[in-house]
Write a protein that binds this ligand. Structure first.
Ligand code: ADP
Length: 373
């Protein structure tokens, strides 16, 4: 651990001129800062990979090749990392080319120019500021890592809890079913009503746990590239699953041309099923559901729309309805678990997309989601 943090806080120096290197080494050693002097760009790049607090580069060493290699290295840095560079310049005596290269490095990242002749005090304060900045970046990284771990633990907990709870629930359903079948006639009306409450409670719990499991599954979708699939196929699967609800509500569903998208078929069909299912469920009383499923291209992605003529979403709830267990209606009016949109959001975001709703209360809703083409 100590070794890693020492590598991460050391100052790398690339100074082909011996005098600069000696002055920098003496100044930094006096401050008890771990310093590594490299004589060429290749060594510097290798050491950067091992960990760096700050790097001091003499302007003369900034060749076009080094600037190019640094730009590749900086682009590959994780989002929290912006390593501080200090470039020693020769001020007015610098050549135009070396000025340009120092400027290029400045545009690439966190770069400070110090003009020669270099005073030890200037180096000390610049290096201290650079290391402080780097330390803050490491703190951000630690917090991000802790957050990722906490999220993973929570997802694992949700998964195990919902999985393990299914077993006793199954017993509850089976035994209450047996009770009804074998002893139902011995119960009076109130007894049968109470048994009915137990059974519908178990059914609802089963739906909630099922959705919680789907949510936990969606959280573990890998972010690896997937092969493109025709969106028409998962849409067809979703419509097959909704066949009963479509028939019962007499919903009219029109479908535009469907593109190829980079998403697993089962995930896309789950999204379609939840959104089209909602478009049917949240229909207006005495009005035939009219639903459109469309896709249009926009900015390297496909934007899908599921439009309905249903009851609409009040403006104040257009973001919160995507939350876990968030429902705007009681189970008596519209059945559901409040997990459908949360699952859709999880899936879409795992693929780097976005999902949102635009709606007029009482005038239908348009749910949008994006997927990379
Ligand atoms: P559920 O349908 O199980 O309640 P969802 O997460 O799918 O859970 O939806 C959350 C809430 O968003 C719903 O309770 C409903 O109030 C609202 N909603 C979702 N889709 C629509 C829609 N197409 N029209 C109107 N309201 C909707």
């Amino acid at each position: 651990m100590f070794r890693r943090s020492a590598l991460e806080m050391r100052v790398l120096v690339l100074a082909p001129i011996g005098r600069d290197a000696a002055l920098l080494a003496a100044t930094l050693t006096a401050l008890q800062i771990e310093t590594a002097i490299s004589k060429n760009a290749a060594t510097l790049l290798r050491m950067l990979d091992e960990g760096v607090g700050s790097a001091i580069i003499a302007e003369e060493a900034l060749t076009p090749d080094l600037v190019h290699a640094l730009s590749i290295w900086l682009t590959a840095q994780p989002p929290w990392s912006d390593p501080p560079f200090i470039v020693l310049t020769s001020g007015g005596r610098s050549t135009r080319e070396s000025q340009c290269r120092a400027q290029e490095l400045q545009e690439l990242g966190n770069c400070t120019l110090i003009e020669r002749p270099v005073r030890p005090e200037t180096i000390q304060s610049s290096v201290r500021a650079a290391l402080r900045a780097r330390m803050r970046q490491y703190e951000i990284r630690s917090r991000q890592e802790a957050l990722i771990q906490a999220n993973a633990d929570l997802e694992q907990f949700a998964y195990s809890a919902s999985h393990d709870l299914k077993e006793p629930l199954r017993s509850l359903s089976i035994f209450s079913g047996l009770l009804e079948r074998n002893y139902g006639t011995l119960l009076d009306e109130r007894g049968r009503e109470l048994l009915g409450f137990i059974q519908s409670g178990a059914k609802r719990m089963d739906a909630l746990l099922g959705d919680l499991l789907s949510y936990a599954h969606a959280s573990s979708i890998s972010q690896d590239e997937v092969e493109p699939v025709e969106a028409a196929r998962p849409l067809e699967i979703a419509l097959e699953s909704l066949a009963g609800a479509i028939r019962e509500s007499d919903a009219q569903i029109s479908i535009g041309e469907m593109p190829m998208v980079r998403m697993r078929e089962s995930h896309l069909s789950q999204v379609f099923q939840n959104l089209i299912g909602n478009a049917i469920k949240y229909r207006k009383e005495n009005e035939r559901p009219l639903i459109q499923v469309l896709a249009r291209r926009g900015d390297g992605r496909w934007i899908f729309t599921i439009a309905d003529n249903g009851i609409g979403v009040p403006p104040a709830y257009r973001e919160s309805i995507f939350g876990i267990f968030k429902r705007l209606h009681s189970n008596n009016n519209y059945s559901g678990t409040g997990m459908g949109l949360a699952i859709c959001q999880r899936i879409i975001e795992r693929y780097g997309g976005r999902i949102w709703v635009e709606s007029e209360l009482e005038h239908g809703s348009n749910f949008f989601f994006t997927i990379r083409s």
